[in-house]
Design a protein. Structure first.
Length: 641
């Protein structure tokens, strides 16, 4: 099953959620209605024959119960609108500063950075939850707004391999499309559980008001009857809410358990080290994964392991039993020996140099690129670790501060032409605060040590710090980047990819995230956006060979089912950054099948000459990222076939 099939499966599971949710609402309404009917029948006993049909009562019950559930769901969904960050804050998480020097936190961030770069997703913010239990979660609507949450128990009890296994499990949820469903579950189920909250509130009011009346010796029979009715109605809502709790557990169990097995298996595949995640599970079995947070029940399905006490003998648990998970990973891990029958893969050497793109798996066929969308493997992790290690330590440290991160972006955009570079520096001197300008001066002397392959990964390392800017600082950054790019009146592939990367991952942080509903299920209406995009890939990859650019364009549009004889290569005019952005904004609204066809076309255009350059690889990743199709680093090499 490939990335696009996983996304389709996630949508099917969303439909299953809607079915369970509707069933739960209907049964809760029925339970409240029948209880009220019983009360009415009991009062009228002896005067009228008992009847279960009371249309007006059914109407008002439906309006009240449905209204409470609907309002509760709408409130919770609204409170989670900011995505993963809202879940992390709900759980009491504190953002781990990008520049932290705490060794445990630094180890955690290093693991997250390696996995993000290896999988092609932006480096997610990491939140630390002050809980003793060993647990973690990934939350967000898509990879761009994902966050990783980790309990302090993880940092205190897990070694690097074990922590890497847990984080790999969470990255599987990011890549497989589980996060969107998980965050929707929180909002949907809150409405069902709200009945219990209201019932508890009514019961307490009735109880304490009754005590007050008795102490003051006031209150007649009618008032006592009203309090009793309020208390009974509160108990009724609590009972109905219990049905909601049951169905909430049922929904979570039905949707989550098999996904946990899949994510465990993916973690082993990613790290090539069963003992890592297996060791983490063994420690959870020996210690605990329980959470004390008031919101643990709401988010229990999102965590690495059970965060709440199991009920019904574990039948409705959101996670499979620990022993079963370990057995599926590697049965030998259940023995007393701490490691599996296979020795764990040694951690990548952090001081290994990177020579061009020879460190990873070489591209041997265009289809190999598309097939790796939404994947992560041990070779990619090794490659990412070496790419990061090849970046000078001083630049990695600078990328973790707000001034240093901005300075890195500016320095990467400085032209190699002396005249243009002088104009760019003059602009920066007039528009940058003193500390950022000082950082530019320091970093500009070392930025030449960054290989072409490591330029965008360096920007990705800077993203967490850039996401902490004030809004006016971000707007100034955006303005400065555009000015630097346009100084020499031409836009390179790297500049195009970098500007797209920044807008894609910073704009939702400082503005209202745009919802991109699936509107297009056919490639035909999208051709006005597809053709200029593919033409751009052809031209940028063959700036000195117009004939090859046409051949590459032809290779791309053939993947779309277009007739090359009837589809001339369009001219590109105006601001290419704007053209690129506008085309991708429309293409984001395509369904998975259309996106797959489009990415195939872009890959075919980039590789039409049977060779991919660093710049083409950067642009391909920018296109795939904009379509929510995370593409791991492309190892550039000539190939045949």
């Amino acid at each position: 099953m490939d990335f696009f099939e996983y996304q389709e499966e996630a949508r099917k599971r969303t439909r299953l959620l809607v079915f369970y949710y509707a069933m739960a609402v209907v049964l809760i309404i029925a339970a409240v209605y029948l209880a009220l009917v019983f009360g009415v029948t009991y009062r009228e006993a002896g005067r009228h024959p008992p009847s279960l049909w009371h249309p007006s009562l059914l109407l008002w019950t439906t309006v009240f119960v449905g209204g409470v559930i609907g309002i509760g769901t709408a409130f919770k969904v609204s409170s989670l609108a900011s995505g993963g960050k809202s879940v992390a804050r709900m759980m009491g998480g504190q953002l781990v500063a990008a520049e932290t020097t705490d060794p445990d936190e630094r180890r955690l961030l290093n693991i997250v950075e390696e996995m993000a770069i290896a999988s092609g997703v932006p480096v997610p913010p990491v939140y630390l939850i002050d809980e003793a239990g060993i647990n973690a979660f990934a939350a967000g609507f898509n990879p761009s707004d994902a966050v990783i949450g980790v309990t302090r128990g993880c940092l205190e009890h897990l070694d690097r391999d074990e922590l890497q296994g847990v984080i790999a499990h969470e990255f599987s949820h990011i890549l497989n499309g589980d996060m969107r469903l998980n965050i929707r579950l929180i909002g949907v189920l809150f409405g069902i559980l709200l009945l219990t909250v209201i019932g508890t509130w009514l019961t307490r009011i009735a109880f304490y008001s009754g005590m007050t009346r008795r102490r003051t010796s006031r209150g007649g029979g009618k008032e006592g009857g009203a309090r009793l009715a309020m208390m009974l109605f509160g108990v009724l809502l609590i009972a109905a809410g219990s049905i909601g709790v049951f169905f909430g557990r049922l929904i979570k169990s039905a949707i989550s358990r098999q996904r946990e097995f899949l994510s465990d298996a993916s973690a082993v595949q990613f790290t090539r080290n069963a003992a890592g995640i297996g060791g983490a599970l063994k420690k959870i079995g020996r210690l605990s994964s329980r959470l004390e947070s008031f919101h643990a029940e709401e988010a229990s399905h999102m965590f690495f392991a059970n965060g709440v006490k199991s009920t019904f003998g574990g039948l409705l648990s959101t996670h499979p039993p620990i022993e079963e998970r370990i057995r599926r990973i590697d049965p030998s891990l259940l023995q007393d020996a701490r490691t599996s029958s296979q020795p764990p893969r040694p951690a990548p050497a952090t001081d290994a140099p990177v020579s061009g793109f020879t460190a990873g798996a070489a591209v041997t066929d265009p289809a190999d690129i598309t097939s790796r969308i939404g994947t992560l493997d041990a070779r990619g992790l090794d490659y990412a670790a070496r790419i990061i290690a090849a970046i000078p330590e001083s630049l990695r440290m600078a990328a973790r501060t707000s001034h240093g991160a901005r300075a890195i972006v500016y320095c990467l955009l400085l032209s190699s032409e002396k005249g243009a570079a002088e104009k760019q520096m003059a602009y920066l001197q007039q528009n940058l605060p003193e500390l950022t300008l000082k950082s530019v001066g320091e970093i500009s002397r070392r930025i030449g040590d960054v290989t072409a392959a490591a330029r965008l990964p360096l920007v990705e390392l800077a993203l967490p710090a850039l996401q902490q800017l004030e809004k006016d600082e971000y707007l100034q950054l955006k303005k400065n980047v555009k000015s630097l790019i346009l100084t020499d009146s031409k836009v390179s592939i790297f500049e195009l990819a970098l500007s797209r990367n920044l807008v894609r991952h910073l704009e939702p942080v400082y503005g209202k995230p745009e919802k991109m509903p699936v509107t297009y299920r056919s490639i035909r209406p999208l051709l006005p956006q597809c053709l200029p995009l593919i033409a751009m890939l052809g031209r940028y990859g063959n700036e000195d060979d117009p004939q090859q650019a046409i051949l590459d364009f032809t290779a791309g549009i053939e993947q779309l089912g277009c007739d090359p004889a009837a589809t001339p290569m369009p001219e590109t005019s105006g601001d290419p950054v704007e053209t690129f952005a506008k085309a991708l904004k429309v293409l984001q609204q395509a369904d998975g099948k259309v996106k797959k066809k489009l990415v195939n076309a872009c890959v075919a255009a980039a590789l039409g000459n049977r060779k991919v350059t660093v710049s083409e690889a950067e642009l391909l990743r920018a296109v795939a990222d904009s379509l929510d199709c995370p593409l791991p680093p492309i190892v550039v090499s000539d190939f045949t076939g």
